[in-house]
Design a binder for this molecule. Sequence first.
Ligand code: GDP
Length: 295
Amino acid sequence: MAFEGLSDRLQDIFKKLRGKGKIGEEDIKTAMREVRLALLEADVNFKVVKDFVERVRQRAIGQEVLQSLTPGQQIIKVVHDEMTALMGGSESKLTLAAKPPSIYMLVGLQGAGKTTTVAKLGRNLLRQGRRPVLVAGDIYRPAAIKQLQVLGEQVGIPVFSMGQSNPVDIARASLEYARSQNRDIVILDTAGRLHINEELMDELKQIKSAINPHEILLVVDAMTGQDAVNVAESFNRDLGLTGVILTKLDGDTRGGAALSVKAVTGCPIKYVGMGEKLDALETFFPDRMASRILG
Ligand code: GDP
């Protein structure tokens, strides 16, 4: 399960503190050293760890904790608060267009789960009463178009496709389609590559300027840890992301990406993928994730 190692480590650290009754600055120092190591081992970005531990330490040596009747409990609350803030504070919702359709462009490297996530997101929005259309814009990966058509059928959402045409033309035409068919949300699948390269970014930039999306969401695989964070930094620099969708959080990821990506890139996680099935896309709630990590 995700975060297992980190959760166990943190629980051990706080159990020791709670067992003490009265705690002093030295206890906090020791605990913070252990928290720091636990986070680093969970593959959290080192600078994020440094800032995080410093914020917790400052609050922990203040009145809020040391003067409290239950300092062991209080420090967990501080860690929970700071962890929630680290992941963005509160839920970050998708922007809806004042005048439909809302245009959501999903980008990412091959294998991250982009095409699957297009269908999952469509399904979520459909269940909220929206009328999405999925757009087959990944024209390079063999079978991506067919894959999206099959997924679209499974979730009961139309798929707009123009075969291997120019992706910019496909994106433009899909907006026309949405308007004529009274579809209020366009979810665009785009090409991925094994690695980031200029050609990929250029194409994505062209699509962006042609259709002006309300959301550009990066789909990244949580299992890749700090690589996911680097990918997010790079896409954000070149394209300007509005958010991140972190997939495969059902696997045994150590948690580094979930805890680092917002702090490093400034882009909030909006959804998390919790499985291969089409109902396994969840809204991301930082406080719930912090509770889950702290057990
Ligand atoms: P793309 O190349 O980015 O379009 O990737 P795909 O959508 O084809 O997904 C690649 C693989 O990841 C597929 O086998 C998906 O079922 C799987 N996948 C996607 N999201 C998740 C997730 O949240 N959890 C798990 N376990 N698998 C996922």
